[in-house]
Each structure stands twice: as structure tokens, then as C-alpha cells.
Write a protein that binds this ligand. Structure first.
Ligand SMILES: [Mn+2]
Length: 433
């Protein structure tokens, strides 16, 4: 016989749209609603799998400013589990540590929220030969610089022990340290299963020859921007009578962010570029498991059309959006153009080209950009500009001199391409006049 549950984390219900310049209202609505629909998927999955419980390992809400509408939605969904006799265990993480709603809202009887003091709850598990004990504790404050493991009780003997913890483990790229602890220390603690939350990327740590303990970082059930790309999921866990643990990943994401790279080197005209974009979107759509594909298009390659692509960025975006719509359940989140113009064979040599624009491009790249006087002038200008910005966004412009210089180089390159694109457009217009 078995004890079965769904382990989810970092739902960030109704989290505000981040970094998405969503001029497309339908796309904004889709993304805005995605965390809710993913949560509905989780509830549906609990019901269809007839699990014993749902475990949520922190950051159910995005912050303490969550509206009562979000809370009512949550209560409604949890009631569906309550009616089916499914238990719910929730801990609070760094984002919802201070959330008033989980404290004030009246939730169904079967929903248990751990508070800041560690507790061990023995659950009803009629289908398992041993009692099942859930251990958990909530973040009391948004910050937890110390390990929380010493606060947890020891495993109850002759029982199945499951731990719920919100932790960044030993730290992960792009994350601050929260309740740091090593996987080894968790496995040594003697629980059968650790249901972790915080890092928005799923990871499974199998039992070792020394410790029969499975540790899983659930990842979030719905990505919120391109930095959380890929299919997102929860983990279905089965604990057998002999103590073995089986984990299965179950897809929950509604909208799946993906980077789509398109090399347009071989394209000789505008139509060919659009066609290349279209088939790249279709291929990605084919490979996407979630209901909706939200693509960030990245165009690369050397082509004589590079200038036109930059100049007519808005037109190309409209074409791409049109192709996405034809593909179906497919959206363009952003169009990035990294394509570079063809340079003449004499480029870099002393001889001049016949095209004055190419000659200008060569001058900019070979002589102006490398000029120390010009570089120093730019650095001073950027310095003055950054000083005027609020302190919390200054690091966007680099944390040290090398980063700042790299950014200047990048902006200079893009800026000169844009200027040349404008000039090229002007000269073409003149020819046609
Ligand atoms: Mn977190």
C-alpha cells in the first residue's frame, strides 16, 4: 500500500507581470492569469490522481500586498480538495512570510499552515502500513540567513517522515541565500522525503547508499518570464510500505516561455526571413508541451538585410506576430535582432569601398570606437547619467569598470548599426524619389 501526495512550490499566485513589455493585451492577459490556471491544474491533478495530500513548500503568494480576490480564489480551490478528503500542508517562504491573508483567511479544515515554530503533524494514512508524519516550519521574516534544519524535530520511529522546507540550499545562481543547508545534511536527518521550495528550477536528489532519503526541489508550476523558460511542473510522490519513494514529474504550466533562435544568414529577401521565422515557430510549437508557447525570437546571422531589419523592427515584429497567430497557441514576447550586415571583402584593408555608408561603418568601427579620447568621453557621460539614477537600479549599468566598459562597447556597436540603418533608409528613399 502507499501514501501519495503532490509536492508543489513557488506558485506566486497572481504575481505581477515582470519585465514583460507586453504591448499585446491578449498576451498580457494570458500571462497575468497563468499562475491561477496552473494552480487549477494542480488541484485537478490532486483530484484525478486521488492523492492523500497536497504539500506547498512556500511562496504560495508573491508578497504581503496580495489582494483579497487572490485569497478568495485560493480558498475556493482548496475547498475542492477538502470536499474530496485531501489534506493540504503549507509553509510560508520568503515572499509570503508576512502575508496577512494566510493568517486571517478562514481556510477549509483540512488545510494546515505551519507557523514559525517547527511542528510534526501525524496524518491519517489508512492506506499505508505505517503512520505518516509531516514536519514543517514557516519563515517568520522574509530573510533567513541561518539554516533552519536544527529547528526540525527528529524523525518519528516506525513512521514515514516527510519534511517541508523553504531553502536556497547552498545557493543558486541569481538567488540570495535563504535558510542555507546542504542536500547531504538534509539526507542525513533521517526523513524519507524532503519537499523543498524556493529555487524555480526542479531538481531531484536520489537516495544514497548511506541515506534512504529523497530530496526534491519542486520548481515553480508556471514560469513568469523568459528567465524561467521551459515546461514547469509539480512532483507526484508515492511512498511505498517498504519506505521506497517514487517521484514523477507532472506538467502544470499553461504558458511556456522559450527562446527561439533563427539564423537568417541564407535569407536573400524579406519574405525569406519571415518564412524562416514561421518554420522556427512551428518547430518550437511542436516541441512545446504546455498549452501556450510564448517565444522570444532571436535573429542571428550575417545578411545584407540586417540594416533593414533594424530599421523596420516594428514591421518584422508584426509579421512574426502574424505567423505566431497562424501557428496557433503561440505568442511573441520579444523580437531581438543580432544580425550583422555583410561587409565588403576589402573591409579592414586600406582601400576605400565604393559605398560611402560601408566606408562610414568601417571608420566608426576601426577608428572611432577604439579612440581613447572618445572612450573616455563616453565613460564620463555614462558616469554622470548613472549618478542621477536611483541607487537600486545603478547596477544595471555594471558593477565595476570592466562591466561598464563592456556595456559602453555594446551600446556603441548597436548605436552605430542603428545610425547606419537610418542613413541607409534615407539614401534609399532619395534614390527612389
Ligand atoms: Mn522563495
Amino acid at each position: 500500500m502507499t501514501y501519495r501526495f503532490i509536492h508543489a512550490a513557488d506558485i506566486h499566485l497572481d504575481s505581477p507581470l515582470r519585465s514583460l513589455a507586453l504591448r499585446n493585451h491578449d498576451l498580457a492577459a494570458l500571462i497575468g492569469n497563468a499562475t491561477r490556471r496552473a494552480f487549477e491544474n494542480i488541484i485537478d491533478l490532486c483530484l484525478s490522481e486521488r492523492v492523500n495530500a497536497l504539500l506547498i513548500a512556500g511562496d504560495l503568494y508573491d508578497g504581503d500586498q496580495t489582494s483579497m480576490k487572490t485569497a478568495r480564489f485560493l480558498a475556493e480551490q482548496l475547498r475542492r480538495l477538502d470536499q474530496a478528503g485531501i489534506d493540504v500542508f503549507i509553509i510560508r517562504g520568503n515572499h509570503d512570510a508576512l502575508s496577512k491573508i494566510t493568517k486571517e483567511l478562514i481556510l477549509p479544515e483540512r488545510v494546515q499552515i505551519f507557523d514559525r515554530k517547527a511542528r510534526a503533524i501525524t496524518v491519517s494514512a489508512p492506506e499505508h502500513s505505517q503512520p505518516v508524519v509531516i514536519h514543517g516550519l514557516s519563515f517568520a521574516k522574509p530573510h533567513a540567513p541561518e539554516s533552519l534544519l536544527p529547528n526540525y524535530g527528529l524523525p518519528v520511529s516506525d513512521a514515514v517522515n516527510i519534511g517541508l522546507m523553504h531553502t536556497s540550499l547552498n545557493g543558486a545562481e541569481g538567488h540570495d541565500l535563504y535558510a542555507p543547508v546542504s542536500v547531504h545534511d538534509l539526507q542525513s536527518h533521517g526523513f524519507h522525503y524532503w519537499a523543498l521550495g524556493h529555487i524555480h528550477k526542479r531538481a531531484v536528489y536520489a537516495p544514497t547508499s548511506h541515506h534512504n532519503s529523497t530530496v526534491v526541489m519542486a520548481g515553480n508550476p508556471q514560469g513568469r518570464d523568459i528567465n524561467e523558460a521551459g515546461a514547469k511542473s509539480v512532483t507526484l510522490v508515492t511512498i511505498h510500505d517498504d519506505g521506497t519513494v517514487q517521484t514523477e514529474e507532472r506538467l502544470t504550466s499553461i504558458a511556456q516561455f522559450e527562446r527561439v533562435s533563427v539564423d537568417v544568414s541564407a535569407c536573400e529577401d524579406w519574405r525569406a526571413i519571415v518564412q524562416k521565422i514561421s518554420s522556427a515557430l512551428e518547430d518550437k510549437r511542436e516541441a512545446t508541451l504546455s498549452e501556450q508557447l510564448v517565444a522570444r525570437l532571436h535573429l542571428t546571422g550575417t545578411t545584407s538585410l540586417a540594416w533593414q531589419m533594424r530599421r523596420d523592427h516594428d514591421l518584422l515584429l508584426t509579421e512574426a506576430e502574424d505567423k505566431a497567430e497562424q501557428t496557433g497557441n503561440c505568442w511573441i514576447e520579444k523580437l531581438e535582432i543580432e544580425s550583422t550586415p555583410l561587409r565588403s571583402a576589402t573591409q579592414g584593408a586600406a582601400s576605400a569601398t565604393h559605398d560611402p555608408l560601408q566606408e562610414l561603418g568601417r571608420l566608426i568601427e576601426n577608428e572611432l570606437v577604439s579612440s581613447p579620447v572618445f572612450q573616455t568621453g563616453l565613460a564620463e557621460q555614462m558616469d554622470a547619467l548613472v549618478k542621477k539614477l536611483p541607487p537600486e537600479i545603478r547596477s544595471t549599468f555594471g558593477n565595476d569598470e570592466a562591466q561598464a566598459q563592456a556595456l559602453i562597447g555594446e551600446l556603441l556597436h548597436r548605436g552605430s548599426e542603428d545610425v547606419l540603418a537610418e542613413l541607409s533608409a534615407a539614401s534609399q528613399a532619395e534614390e527612389q524619389a
